[in-house]
Design a protein around this ligand. Structure first.
Ligand code: GAL
Length: 658
């Protein structure tokens, strides 16, 4: 098992070269091992067409390598330089309003522009030739945060042409497309693939089938764009892992599919920025404003671990105040350390801070780094150094033990419910996150998995809420599974073409449990449907008819079934509030004989293999002796300070037996 390491994001091109050696020496001195560089440097690597300048980068990589640092080299394709955009003005994306997304920040390109894709191949090839075999280059990052700033979808002429080709390849005949999309409705029928338009600027909403195919197409374009880079890098830099840095709350392309071309997944974790941007209420936000949502990071750690097939990093870890949320508070003392261990507990190979030194210029000048702009240490510096020492002291190793509980996550479902939420607060990510929170509250460490047979094999419990159109092979795998299964709300309610399933929802899943949602409704925020004490449905509710072998486990106050069961398959007919959801999770865990705790909101645990991590996101010290009873402690104490982390080893049989 590899040991867990820290890293940092560094921009040698931002600083006078006279600073580099001291920077590298200080990185090593505080125990950093990895340095990500280069991902925005195209204007310095190729200041004008064909005049490459790799020498400064070589000096930087040589120097970092001499200091014992392992370089993660980024491809610079998120920031095409001005001369390139001027040469090919049609390479920029158009937004849904038809406006150009211009040069002057970053990500100003359209994934479907073939000319730009070739330019990317050219610069990536040159970079990979120059540095692919350099002993200091340990890994690669493709581009930077695909889709950031809402850039997956483009409504450009290049996207239109590519979408028409994509539809022709998918449907073969325009009649098949007309049938699949239901184009007879409102006389939307087409007689040729060349008549297809992009689903924007229509008078009222475009056809949901059209939109879903456009989402699938846009996702495929990102995947193809990335693959062109990974193929080149693999040729010139064999054996070095290729990663990409994903984001939080971001579902605009299929991250499972894209990750198939990577060696490991990574994501950029900014707990405070994401909390400020989230839809949590004011009370929650002010309570956790300096530590972040206790479940949000862990959810994404688990999601991206699944994307990377078990291998994953945090490529950018918030080190202090950021600049991009509506409000940008300072982390509590200890929060940077807490976040780092939450990632390592979930099996991260590397946690890399963003960034080394705060830039005093340009867009991100208010974003802190480990160092202040004057090179003095900022708060995160000492915490990073402490984490490095503690990783050494505990001999921390990557562990990703398979959990007995799996929560299914499906990107197409996220797109479907965005296209047709039916109630404006129905969000797939929030729905799955709500289930995740309830499982964490119960003390469970779960795997988030794609809808595939392999991913759900041998689980005691599988939860698959909101899965819009499960494929027949996945339904068969669910049917064959021995564990308990929770479906609903909205599971199986559409076909892949985006029609209401007939037989009625849950469609093909009725083979598993004989229920029919005869009617559905969405609920305004003030409306609650009472179910069990203390709880009820919010946002969404279904009126089910039930077959003979189905029992009603929980009912609504008006007598309609809320939770139904047939054998080990459960169907939930609404979006449960926190109280009801926890009650359901508790029942399911009891059924599969897994112990359920009821942790306070600010105390969280993670079991990974035999090791148990305990975290305190609260503002007061907490006694966690019950959670680590009978286990020797590798780090921390039974009284957990605010932002504290305790690591407990395998239960000590002698001590427990004594
Ligand atoms: C990330 C991005 C970085 C930087 C950072 C600031 O989204 O990858 O380049 O902008 O945010 O928090």
């Amino acid at each position: 098992m590899t040991s867990q390491k820290l890293g940092v994001c560094y921009y040698p091109e931002h600083w006078d070269e006279s600073l580099w050696a001291e920077d590298a020496a200080r990185m090593r001195a505080i125990g950093l091992h990895h340095v990500r560089i280069g991902e925005f440097a195209w204007s310095r690597l190729e200041p004008s067409r064909g005049s490459y300048d790799f020498e400064w980068l070589r000096r930087a990589i040589d120097l970092l390598h001499r200091h014992g640092l392992r370089v993660v080299l980024g491809t610079p394709t998120a920031t095409p330089p001005k001369w390139l955009v001027d040469e090919m003005p049609d390479m920029t994306a158009l937004d849904a309003e038809g406006r150009e997304r211009k040069f002057g920040s970053r990500r100003h390109y359209c994934f479907s522009h073939e000319g730009y894709a070739r330019e990317c191949e050219r610069i990536v090839e040159r970079l990979a030739c120059e540095f692919g075999a350099h002993p200091g280059v340990a890994a690669w990052q493709t581009d930077n945060e695909y889709g950031c700033h809402d850039t997956v979808e483009s409504y450009s002429p290049a996207a239109l042409q590519a979408f028409r080709r994509w539809c022709a390849a998918k449907y073969g005949s325009i009649d098949a497309l007309n049938r699949a999309w239901g184009n007879v409705f409102w006389s939307m029928e087409l007689s040729d693939f060349d008549e297809i338009e992009l689903p924007n600027l229509t008078v009222t909403e475009p056809n949901p089938s059209h939109r879903l195919d456009f989402r699938r197409f846009s996702s495929d374009q990102v995947i193809a764009f990335n693959r062109r880079q990974t193929e080149i890098i693999r040729r010139h830099s064999p054996g070095r892992p290729i990663l990409h840095n994903f984001m939080g709350s971001f579902t605009a392309f299929d991250h499972f599919a894209l990750s198939a071309d990577l060696d490991a997944a990574a994501w950029d974790s900014y707990p405070l920025g994401y909390l400020e941007r989230s839809r949590r209420d004011e009370h929650f936000k002010s309570r956790y404003m300096r530590v972040g949502d206790p479940d949000y990071q862990a959810f994404h750690h688990d999601l991206y671990r699944a994307c990377g097939g078990g291998r994953w990093w945090v490529m950018e870890q918030q080190p202090g105040v950021v600049n991009w949320a509506p409000w940008n508070p300072a982390p509590a003392d200890g929060a940077v350390r807490l976040w780092s261990f939450e990632a390592f507990a979930a099996g991260a190979e590397v946690v890399s801070f963003f960034r080394w030194r705060q830039a005093p210029f340009a867009q991100e000048q208010m974003h802190e780094g480990l160092l202040r702009p004057d090179s003095e240490p900022n708060r995160g510096f000492a915490e990073a150094a402490r984490v490095a020492r503690e990783l050494e002291a505990t001999n921390a190793r990557v562990e990703t033990r398979r959990s007995q509980v799996a929560l299914v996550f499906d990107y197409e479902s996220a797109w479907a419910w965005e296209i047709q939420p039916q109630g404006q607060d129905f969000t797939y990510l929030e729905l799955t996150l709500a289930f995740y929170r309830a499982l964490r509250r119960a003390g469970l460490s779960v795997d988030i998995v794609p809808p595939s047979a392999e991913a759900i094999a041998d689980r005691k419990l599988v939860l698959a809420p909101g899965l819009f159109a499960p494929r027949a092979d996945f339904i068969a795998a669910l049917a064959a599974s021995d564990g308990a299964l929770l479906l609903g709300p909205r599971s199986g309610s559409k076909t892949p073409d985006f029609r209401i399933a007939t037989p009625m929802p849950p469609g093909g899943l009725r083979a598993l449990i004989d229920v029919t949602a005869r009617r559905v409704e969405s609920l305004r925020p003030s409306a609650k449907i009472a179910v069990a004490e203390p709880g009820g449905f919010e946002h969404w509710r279904e009126y089910p008819d039930i077959g003979e072998n189905v029992s009603v486990e929980l009912a609504c106050a008006d007598g309609e079934a809320a939770l139904m069961r047939s054998g080990e398959v459960f169907y939930l007919a609404g979006w449960p509030d926190d109280g009801l959801l926890f009650e359901i999770v508790r029942r399911l865990l009891a059924r599969v004989q897994l112990a359920a705790l009821d942790l306070p909101e600010h105390i969280r645990i993670r079991d990974n293999g035999e090791t148990r991590y305990v975290f305190n996101y609260g503002r007061e010290p907490a006694d966690v002796s019950e959670l680590v009873r009978g286990r020797p402690l590798a780090m921390g104490a039974v009284t957990l300070e605010p932002c504290g982390v305790t690591i407990a080893l395998a239960p000590d049989i002698d001590a427990a037996g004594a």
